[in-house]
Design a protein around this ligand. Structure first.
Ligand code: SF4
Length: 364
């Protein structure tokens, strides 16, 4: 019987987070060993299938159209292009391809049909397929599931309290609703967040309360460190120290014992020793590839050399859950409903987001 708890309080999580480091590491590593093979790390490759031009105002994101960050936008990639990238990822040891599109939400139509075809194609390569496409309705999640989607990523980003200081174009509850739609569709849930955005420790704990109270808990949780990109509202925030990342990974491992905890953005700033401590503290997944959507990431060869030094092995696909079956488009049970869901638009003002927008306008 699972001993996973869904009623962690913020105070309990703060007590864990703030323990003397050696005790925290020992406790987290003990939980990790009870629930996972400590020498296996799952490797995912992130492919940006549609970059930039996003209508949202996430304060950390260089892909928001309203900020001037100099990234090159792309239209939706073709299916053969994505297939070629997936094959390359497979050859270099990735078991999962995560396709990211800079969309507020999925819209029924030819572009979504193209994404469904990408899902079918990659599932047939016997790789786990994950998508991160913004908010989805239940019908859209069911169509993704039918195409063979293994996981859907939808991060909570931070605590419910701090969320309104980061994003004004959608609400925290919308995130939970999409996660619920994913869960109802038998797709595994990938949800985590970002630290180092100027939040308090209480917010980090608050995010873990929200994630751990989901029942079941997410199958994977990315922990990102902010990569402050010039032109975004958070451009001037100093990077966090490695110790904060280690503490966050350890706390996540303790409150979500069965989840795969993924070291995500910010790895280029971490030494091998720092990453080793994160693996010891319970991280058991990484993003591979030289770019994470638009921000830099360690080279695949560097990662494989690190695995060699640490004696780590990449996890095989479908180790944790069975491979979904792909239903072809012509046999689909779910039609496009051409839905126009009314996702929330709180529209409150976030001063630093407004300033970054004005600066972008001045820069033309
Ligand atoms: S994080 Fe996603 S939703 Fe937010 S601005 Fe970037 S691409 Fe858009």
């Amino acid at each position: 019987m699972s001993t996973t708890r869904h009623n962690w309080t913020k105070e309990e999580i703060l007590d864990i987070y703030n323990k003397p480091l050696m005790e925290l590491l020992y406790e987290a590593a003990t939980v990790h060993r009870k629930n996972h093979d400590p020498n296996t790390v799952q490797v995912s490759t992130l492919v940006s299938i549609k970059t930039g031009g996003c209508s949202e105002d996430c304060g950390y994101c260089p892909q928001a159209a309203r900020y001037s960050t100099g990234i090159e936008g792309n239209d939706l990639m073709s299916v053969p292009h994505v297939k070629a990238q997936a094959l390359r990822a497979k050859e270099s040891g990735s078991s999962r391809v995560c396709m990211g599109a800079a969309w507020r939400n999925v819209k029924d139509g030819p572009e979504f049909d193209q994404v469904l075809e990408m899902v079918r194609t990659i599932n047939k390569l016997d790789m786990e397929v994950c998508c991160t496409l913004g908010m989805v309705t239940e019908n859209q999640a069911k169509r993704l599931s039918e195409a063979g989607l293994y996981a859907y990523n939808h991060n909570l980003d931070t605590s419910e309290d701090y969320y309104k200081d980061v994003i004004s174009t959608r609400a925290f509850e919308d995130r939970l609703e999409t996660i619920n739609h994913v869960r109802q569709s038998n797709i595994t849930v990938c949800s985590g967040g970002i630290i180092g955005m100027g939040e308090k420790l209480e917010d980090r704990a608050g995010m873990l309360v929200a994630l751990s109270s989901l029942n079941p808990q997410p199958e994977s949780t990315p922990i990102n460190a902010l990569v402050a990109v010039e032109g975004t509202p958070m451009e001037d925030i100093e990077p966090i120290e490695i110790w904060e990342m280690i503490r966050m990974v350890a706390a996540t491992r303790i409150v979500m014992p069965e989840t795969q905890v993924r070291l995500s953005a910010g790895r280029t700033e971490m030494s091998r020793e720092g990453q080793a401590l994160c693996f010891f503290a319970g991280a058991n997944s990484i993003f591979a590839g030289d770019k994470l959507l638009t921000t830099p990431n360690p080279d695949v060869n560097e990662d494989m050399a690190m695995f060699e030094v640490l004696g780590l092995n990449p996890q095989k696909p479908f180790t944790k859950s069975a491979q979904p079956k792909t239903v072809e488009a012509e046999d689909s049970k779910f039609e496009s409903l051409s839905e126009k869901p009314k996702w929330t638009r709180p529209g409150h003002t976030i001063e630093r987001n407004e300033l970054a927008k004005q600066k972008a306008k001045l820069n033309g």
